[in-house]
Write a protein of this length. Structure first.
Length: 293
């Protein structure tokens, strides 16, 4: 039952993100004459030049990719990606024919950096949440997922970078229809890509950032006492022996949140024969049951 509810919630998120991306393109991108990242950027330029709707381009490109992902990647991923593609495409088509021009943000060629930033943030949220719920928002993400499956060690960043670079420089030609080269669409495309990747990576990595302290000390009991009662955390103790001196040591491992970083550093300064270092933890999972005393 819990698994079914979780799956249903994922579909709700995917549908909501598809609607959000359609609104994002209609309100912030199309009227400001710049191409976003990846294959959607190519579709945007085709619509600008020919009038052929992004909706139809999305269906023509992403439905075959969904079918391929069904056989080559994962069925659940293919189903959710197909739902996203259908909702996004038909939602954008509805907005395009609805006559809701009043809601569009047309910067009129001035301060167009703002719609690029806003649309980049929204697209980053869409991409990040779709990936966290085992779905794709289309285009290059299918390729990314497939490469990650067959080559987990491959650096997909370079593939994405090359494609986005091509999109950026093609936009220089597509949007320079006033008799001179207009570099503004290139700058807006690069801004959009940077913001989208930054926000998407933040969501994928998780907001529960923490710090893991590794403490080598001869005062394990005192430090554990302070960590437990002052910081309300626990620690894991590992008995160890110094490689050089042969003396008995204790290794403490403790994970604290970012607001407690300075407190732990101050705490450790009080003890001699204590060496420590900390590492950034991308996201923490799970919890221990609290024991009532």
């Amino acid at each position: 039952m819990k698994e079914k509810l979780s799956s249903l919630f994922s579909y709700v998120v995917v549908i909501a993100m598809a609607l959000l991306l359609a609104v994002n393109y209609y309100v912030f991108i199309i009227e400001n004459h710049f191409a976003p990242a990846g294959i959607n950027g190519i579709a945007t330029m085709i619509q600008y030049k020919t009038g052929f709707s992004i909706s139809y381009m999305s269906l023509m490109i992403n439905i075959p990719l969904c079918i391929l992902s069904f056989f080559l990647i994962e069925r659940k991923y293919a189903y959710r990606s197909l739902v996203f593609t259908l909702v996004y495409s038909f939602s954008y088509l509805y907005l395009q024919k609805s006559g809701l021009d009043v809601i569009q943000y047309n910067a009129g060629g001035h301060d167009t950096i703002f719609p690029a930033i806003i649309s980049g943030v929204i697209s980053g949220v869409v991409c990040g949440l779709c990936l966290r719920h085992s779905s794709s928002s289309g285009g290059m993400e299918f390729v990314s997922k497939y490469i990650n499956k067959i080559r987990p060690d491959a650096n997909f960043f370079m593939v994405t970078f090359v494609i986005n670079t091509i999109v950026a420089f093609v936009s220089l030609i597509v949007y320079s229809d006033k008799g001179y080269l207009d570099y503004k669409p290139v700058a807006l495309c690069i801004t959009y890509c940077f913001v989208t990747n930054f926000v998407g990576n933040y969501i994928i990595q998780g907001a529960k950032q923490a710090f893991k302290f590794t403490i080598i000390t001869t005062h394990p009991e005192e430090i554990c006492e302070e960590v437990t009662h002052i910081l309300k955390h626990s620690a894991t103790k590992i008995e160890a022996q110094g490689a050089y001196s042969g003396a008995s040591k204790t290794v403490l491992i403790c994970v604290v949140n970012k607001h407690q970083l300075t407190a732990v550093q101050k705490l450790l300064k009080k003890y001699d024969n204590t060496f420590s270092f900390y590492e950034t933890v991308g996201e923490t999972y799970g919890n221990f049951k609290k024991i009532k005393q």
